[in-house]
Design a protein around this ligand. Sequence first.
Ligand SMILES: N[C@@H](CCC(=O)N[C@@H](CS)C(=O)NCC(=O)O)C(=O)O
Length: 210
Amino acid sequence: MLTLYYAPNTASLAPHIALEQAGADYRLERVDFEAAQQRSPDYLAVNPKGRVPSLVTDRGVLTETPAILLYLAQRYPGADMAPLDDPFELARVQAFNVFLCSTVHVAHAHKHRGTRWVAATDTAALEAMTRNVPQTMTAAFELIERTMIGEPWACGEQFGIADMYLFTMTRWLASDKVELARFPKVAAHCERMASVPAVQRVMPHHPPRD
Ligand SMILES: N[C@@H](CCC(=O)N[C@@H](CS)C(=O)NCC(=O)O)C(=O)O
């Protein structure tokens, strides 16, 4: 039995979809951000980084969304969530996901989590970081739209872990004040994702948040 520590509509949506797509035996533990539960001693004992997602496995805890997604793809090969037998194609999927993790997620985090980078007392810097989020998220999604996204799925023919992660971040655009309609391929991908049964099953756990 796997346990996914999650918070609604955060990066943890992606592994949640993967667990559902895989038909995995799992349970959910919600981390209440409003109560700052991610920084509670109990949760820090699970994940010292104080972030979600965390996946508790029979061999220990996994963190970092791209790592969790690849683990699930490998643990459930029958679900065909990544091109496991093709090193080049698998590296392309990882490149997609690492870009989402290291660039898009970090750009988005500048909105509310600026104190990771500057002092909490530096309100001018924090406000400037928040103000710039629409621009940095737009730049990242322009790159995805123009140079990265495939048809019909993020990496081409095969539906899988990059789709789950891209969908997760696409859903952040509205709250980041970026119009999805600016990116027709990403918008079509988001619509396609909404019709995937595994996505439909998890969405009640992930209402939009600011
Ligand atoms: N690099 C990590 C980032 C995880 C992360 O920052 N998650 C956010 C939610 S989307 C979080 O837990 N934030 C809580 C906080 O910063 O206090 C990953 O890819 O899993």
